[in-house]
Design a protein around this ligand. Sequence first.
Ligand code: UD1
Ligand code: CA
Length: 454
Amino acid sequence: MIQPIILAAGKGTRMKSRLPKVLQPLAGRPLLAYVLEAAQAVTTTLPLVVIGHGAEQVKAHFDGPRWVLQAQQLGTGHAVQQAAMQLDDGAVALILYGDVPLVQPQTLQDLVSLVDAQHPLALLTVELDDPNGYGRIVRDAHHQVVAIVEQKDATPEQLAIREVNTGMMAVQGAHLKRWLERLDNANAQGEYYLTDIIRFCVEDGFEIHTTAPGLPLEVMGVNDKAQLAQLERAWQHHQVDALLAEGVTVVDPARLDIRGTVTVGQDVFIDVNVVLEGDVQLGDGVHIGPNCVLKNVSLGEGVQVHAFSHLEGCQAEEGVNIGPYARIRPQTMLAAGARIGNFVEIKQSSIGAGSKVNHLAYIGDTTMGTGVNIGAGVITCNYDGVNKHRTIIGDDAFIGSDSQLVAPVQVGEGATIGAGSTIVKDAPAHQLTLSRAKQTTLKNWIAPRQRCKG
Ligand code: UD1
Ligand code: CA
């Protein structure tokens, strides 16, 4: 049994934020969410999460983990001591950090698999060009790990060591509990260092095995906004690389941001300054123009989204054409070949196959048939100040420019609505309906500017 223990009690003072550090967002999700996900990928055992600063705020964000309160932050060893009571003797404790979010399941699997009866402790270490700030891995002449020395306690020779402690380790439960009891805080920071158990393990005659992460970003920690921004960039690059490997054309990998999961077909094209959020599915040949935001959308084959469009919670079938400057809001369904043009807002509506809403329109709470033409400036008046009502437009209807459809209302199949109409009653199929004051021209009328000329 693997028991993840996630340390997340620290204050994150250097963030200078009211939001606890582990709730700071990376690609739109709290740091801690990533660690929980990685833990859950290697075991079904609920993680123990040690919290302290902002405990209530952190708890409110997540269901599932078992929370352990560390009221005072007396060091990483002290933090693990708080969780030890809930650790089975037979379990392997997998110690993770709430502020090192991108460790991958495979790396954790590799780490845990190093633990057996002869090797009760395994470490995740990494070689850094600049080891500043990290605990150094001290090895003997036979290359065996003998200790971890914290930066502030290290000798000048030890400071030159480039192999560092990532903090993550896997430790057999009964041994861990025994070693935790021996910790003291007689060191430069007056803290109970978890890293002191390495020495105890060696004293007990065990060899320590180490493994390295697959990617450098897996062990990058976040202490301030600069590191958060660095990690964000590194993660975005990593995600975009994965899309490139799948054959997507990304015009500038530095100008695509993914805050969720993206699945793609063949020959997808993504222009600059695009943000993809939530669950995004892009079919074969989808083309996304510059400066678009897509959140929870599914686009069928050959869909084109032109510049500056904002799509959320919508589905578009093959050949749909959207934008530029379109706004599609949640629960919208665009059937094959539909065309949504510039400065059009659509909300909670279904637009039938081949229908066109090309210019400056608002379509809300509407069920629209196929082959409909919506003129420029048409508005569905779906809200009476208290309730929302639906508009139903039959196949092949033609709604003249600048008309208002006051819901609840139905426009029949093949009906025509004259331009500038305010439609408050159902309009019958195949007929022209219009509501418009008669046009008049006043004869003998003299404009003031002409009168002055006298
Ligand atoms: C720790 C390691 C160091 C390693 C580095 C990697 C120790 C003594 N040192 O140092 O060898 O190179 O991580 O980043 O373990 N935390 C608590 N309660 C506490 C103290 C810390 O929950 O009382 C949590 C923090 O919120 C943080 C993590 O533990 O998520 C690490 O604590 P931090 O003080 O940042 O450790 P470092 O000094 O960086
Ligand atoms: Ca510290």
